[in-house]
Design a protein around this ligand. Structure first.
Ligand code: ZN
Length: 95
């Protein structure tokens, strides 16, 4: 009877040791492969649409409003382009 308990105990001990060893081994393997694949991972998934580059806003020199150059009115004076929120600002601007 005592022997059975001893064997049971030994079995649990062996199982625990094996599990620990396997854990270390598998952790090492997954770290190895994980590190290898992590280098090539930062790739956007198929669902991630290409993010548009945020447009730098330009300041309307007349009223101080920030406008998107792609949609704003503009005037080029001495090679420098100024952006305006409205035709009024564009007309008020003395370049
Ligand atoms: Zn303006």
């Amino acid at each position: 009877m005592t022997e059975t308990i001893l064997w049971l105990f030994a079995g649990v001990l062996i199982f625990a040791v094996l599990r620990a060893i396997l854990g270390i081994v598998f952790k090492g393997i997954s770290d190895f492969f994980g590190a290898g694949s992590a280098r090539s991972v930062p790739r956007p998934g198929p669902r991630a649409a290409p993010r548009p580059v945020p447009e730098a806003l330009k300041k309307d020199p007349v009223c101080g409003t920030f406008v998107a150059p792609s949609t704003a009115l503009h005037k080029t004076v001495h090679g420098e382009t100024y952006y305006f929120c409205s035709p009024e600002c564009q007309n008020k601007f003395k370049g």
